[in-house]
Design a protein. Structure first.
Lengths: 205, 227
């Protein structure tokens, strides 16, 4: 489904990686490892189409994502370094606007249910300004419960989460993979799921 | 699949940005108060000679409107860029140009429409006749959306640049000269009893052109800025 063919990236005049290949099928996870600054985030943004590869291409269902454009983005959900929350909006408003932008508007009840499953019901009416970093993360990750995207690209999703939230997120990711979804992940945490094929890409070698 | 229609996404983005503006009313008021103060300075500085004032009124109001709309441009994309929501907009399955259109429309409603509404009141300070006041508001109604559309392109090109505010003005102000000329020209024509139709037509043409190409070019600039 998702293929990277001899991808290369350059930042400034430094080559981050070259001749990078991967292949990911439905129900599989791609683990992107490597030290800080080795280009993990750049690779993830490239998979999302935010960064153009200087060489090679990313294929989705056999077609270049550059030509698929909007159709590819409907299948894609990306959580990057930023929590992507507006400080002046409440947790509920943030989640609803994010879902609207993601192409699947949800009503208030659906959004509240997702926040509750993330254990964030109490911040639904609080502006993101007063939330802790971990709470912001969890509100942002509540999008995972509402999306229909088949490909999830998550950049360090476990950062700032407490032990219970890490377990809840792992369960959500496992459900997604078992339902035939795909996952691209960078993390410094241990990340493997029973019965799920994990492909590895090691950066900085 | 149940997804927002094309109009739905534009409307959704407008609601989002208006909600955000409502949470920070001071930011909104700054541009409007700036407009009022700059326009009001001229009668004080030039003196109460009513013929001089009526002559300079169209130009003064239009230049002030141009500067006031530059003030708020810096926030158009930079805030969304800083917190990562702009990245999510680029990843939305809907065309990015529609999201840009929604953001520009919200920007105009917050920063442009109040100028249109308040301009006849400011025109009174300059002793503009009734037909001049009406024409001033009408010309601003056609011109300020074009300023927002052109300004959005400048804002997209200067995302993440330090001191981007001044740079936006340098990029955008020259492009706004046609709007300024025909906008002020329409009011002058109305005051001197001539037909302002030609000026208004050209203003309208500029607006239509900005509406057709602006969001599209701005979307391309955003994709480059976030690469």
């Amino acid at each position: 489904m998702l293929r990277g063919e001899s991808l290369a990236a350059v930042r400034g005049d430094r080559r981050l990686f070259a001749e990078l290949n991967f292949d990911l099928q439905a129900g599989e996870m791609l683990y992107v490892g490597g030290p800080n600054g080795s280009g993990k985030t750049t690779l993830l943004r490239m998979i999302c189409g935010l960064v153009l590869p200087v060489a090679g291409r990313v294929l989705w269902g056999g077609e270049d994502i550059q030509s698929l454009d909007d159709a590819y983005r409907a299948d894609l959900l990306y959580c990057g370094h930023h929590t992507a929350l507006k400080d002046d909006l409440t947790g509920l408003e943030n989640l609803r606007f994010a879902s609207m932008l993601g192409g699947r508007p949800v009503n208030e009840d659906e959004a509240l249910a997702a926040l509750e499953r993330m254990g964030m019901f109490e911040v639904a009416d609080l502006p993101a300004r007063v939330m802790s970093q971990g709470q912001k993360r969890r509100v942002n990750l509540a999008r995972l419960l509402l999306t229909r995207a088949r490909l999830w690209v998550l950049d360090e999703p476990f950062t700032a989460l407490d032990a219970a939230a890490v377990e809840a997120l792992r369960a959500t990711l496992a459900d997604h993979l078992r339902a035939g979804g795909m996952l691209v992940l960078t993390t410094h945490q241990q990340a493997s799921f029973d019965g799920i094929t994990v492909r590895h890409v090691e950066m900085g070698q | 699949m149940r997804g927002p229609g094309l109009a739905g996404i534009v409307g959704g983005v407008i609601v989002r940005d208006l909600t955000l503006a409502g949470r920070r009313p001071v930011d909104v008021m700054t541009a409007v108060i700036f407009f009022v103060i700059v326009v009001s300075l001229f009668p004080l500085a030039v003196g109460p000679e009513s013929r001089t004032l009526a002559t300079i009124a169209p130009g003064v109001v239009w230049v002030a409107a141009l500067l006031a709309s530059m003030l708020s441009l810096g926030r158009l994309f930079n805030a969304d860029y800083a917190d990562g929501t702009l990245e999510q907009m680029l990843l939305a399955p809907q065309p990015l140009s529609l999201i840009v259109l929604g953001k520009v429309a919200a920007h105009w409603l917050v920063a442009g429409a109040p100028l249109v509404l308040i301009s006849p009141l400011l025109g009174l300070q300059f002793g503009l006749p009734a037909e001049g006041l009406a024409m001033l508001a009408l010309a601003l109604l056609l011109g300020t959306p074009a300023l927002s559309l052109v300004g959005a392109l400048g804002a997209a090109l200067t995302i993440g640049v330090r001191g981007g505010g001044a740079l936006v003005s340098l990029l955008v102000l020259p492009l706004c000269v046609p709007v300024l000329i025909f906008g002020a020209g329409a009011v002058e024509a109305a005051v001197s009893g001539m037909d302002a139709g030609a000026h208004l037509s050209l203003l309208g043409a500029f607006l239509v052109m900005a509406l057709c190409f602006g969001p599209w070019v701005t979307a391309a600039a955003l994709r480059i800025a976030l690469d």
